[in-house]
Design a protein around this ligand. Structure first.
Ligand SMILES: [Fe+2]
Length: 458
């Protein structure tokens, strides 16, 4: 079965002087949920395209009065339609005909004989490219107004968002406010030239990853090498064909997307590996200390329930849950003689136990992907009245995720069985939580826990 998703609700204008072909094409597209508007001539098509929004225009080439090539050129001059990709269908499919189609601004040129088989695949290709382009911004830096407008027009026509600067200094102003996906720069410019711009962009941590393409009339090799040395990714020599430039830009951006997705994949793998190691650490801790067994998991559940009733993003709730699982990880660094001591603890021993939030934070510190849960681990024993540890933070100075976790920690500690005593009755535990609101625990978090009877979900 055909996957309808990529083009669902897309709006396509179909232009052909043959009503038979128009209807056949409309039927094929409507079958996959594309909304189709029909036009029998170039004039009719222009009337639609200058007042309505389309995601794609498919046009015949050989039509009376205004042919597909003329229509396409006019569409590219009309502000409303200049970014809309055009697919040309034609019986004229020799090399020069195809060349003319692309010159008039078509994104794709298909022979009518092959259209029935490949039109859906072609639509998908053109639409996905157009939607990727729409999200990508190119900064064009060029002092010649003529070249700047040719480059702007060429990139806009294939759907890129283009911002322009007349020199490096103007480009730096733009870069201080927005981050483009690629910089396309001339070398010889007043105020700040391309070489200075390339060096400045490369030296800035927030800009150095943006691909930098040099366009210059200077094809002197030492200059090219110098620009590459300063961080340029590619060099295109003027005068160039605008299609060459578009293809180069598309290639660099798609390579970069591929690289980013590979990096993301390897980061995900690293995160999964680290989590697996930390989970083993938690298991080691639980195997050592009977009380901790199951406690961390329960605290994680309660914290996630409370967070779910607050204005916290879904991804963050998952992180809070992970934080709940790891909140006592620092106990791994506490000696058995103290952690597992059955009787009353001395003041010194208490002081040792109280170090577990700091030890936990230190264990997680080297793992960049766990940075967000460190404050939770470090501060889960702070008290709302400032009498907790390790930093005696009070009120909302205690990170919210730590305040949430503290409610789960306290509730589970009260209600779970210990080797030396049975867990407390539910009613009594809820009463203690209520009384601790505003002193030990955060009133907002307690309010959410009690007000929504969240213990019933455990
Ligand atoms: Fe703890």
């Amino acid at each position: 079965m055909i996957d309808k998703a990529p083009w669902r609700k897309r709006r396509v204008l179909v232009v052909d002087d043959s009503s038979f072909i128009r209807k056949a094409l409309a039927h094929q597209l409507e079958e996959i949920d594309i909304e189709v508007v029909l036009a029998g001539s170039g004039k009719e098509a222009l009337a639609h395209a200058s007042t309505e929004d389309f995601d794609l225009i498919i046009t015949d080439v050989d039509m009376p009065n205004m042919n597909g090539l003329e229509l396409c050129a006019k569409l590219k001059e009309t502000p409303q339609s200049q970014h809309v990709p055009v697919i040309m269908l034609s019986n004229l499919d020799d090399g020069p005909d195809i060349e003319k189609g692309f010159q008039s601004g078509a994104s794709l040129y298909i022979s009518k004989a092959e259209a029935k088989e490949c039109i859906i695949e072609s639509i998908e290709k053109v639409l996905s490219k157009a939607s990727t382009h729409k999200e990508q911004t190119i900064l064009v830096v060029e002092d010649s107004r003529t070249i700047r407008s040719v480059v702007e027009k060429g990139l806009s026509e294939v759907g890129f968002t283009v911002v322009s600067a007349e020199n490096g200094a103007q480009a730096m102003d733009i870069l201080s406010q927005r981050t483009p996906d690629l910089i396309l720069s001339d070398i010889d410019m007043p105020r700040m030239n391309g070489e200075e711009l390339c060096r400045a962009a490369h030296a800035s941590p927030s800009l150095s990853a943006i691909p930098f393409v040099v366009m210059s009339a200077n094809n002197d090799r030492p200059i090219m090498r110098r620009m590459m040395h300063f961080g340029a990714d590619a060099y295109i020599v003027k005068p160039f064909n605008i299609d060459q430039l578009v293809i180069l830009v598309e290639k660099i951006l798609s390579d970069r997307l591929l690289l980013i997705s590979k990096e993301k994949e390897s980061l995900e793998k690293e995160r999964a590996l680290i989590l697996a190691s930390i989970t083993s650490l938690c298991c080691a801790l639980e195997a050592r200390d009977a009380y901790t067994r199951g406690h961390s998991e329960a605290v994680a559940e309660i914290a996630a329930l409370i967070a779910g009733h607050m204005e916290i993003r879904h991804e963050d709730i998952e992180i809070i849950k992970l934080g709940g699982r790891l909140h006592d990880i620092g106990k791994i660094g506490i000696l058995d003689s103290v952690l597992l001591k059955p009787g009353k603890l001395s003041d010194d021993e208490f002081a040792i136990i109280r170090r577990h939030p700091v030890i936990g934070a230190e264990i997680l510190q080297p793992v960049p992907s766990l940075a967000k849960i460190i404050p939770l681990v470090l501060h889960h024993h702070e008290r709302f009245d400032g009498k907790g540890y390790p930093e005696k933070l009070s009120g909302i100075k205690i990170p919210l995720w730590a305040r949430i976790t503290a409610v789960g920690d306290t509730f589970h500690a009260l209600t779970s069985d210990r080797p030396y005593r049975k867990g407390m009755e539910l009613e009594k535990a809820l009463q203690i939580i209520k009384e601790a609101s505003g002193t030990q625990l955060c009133p907002d978090c307690v309010g959410v826990f009690l007000g929504n009877a969240l213990w019933e979900n455990l």
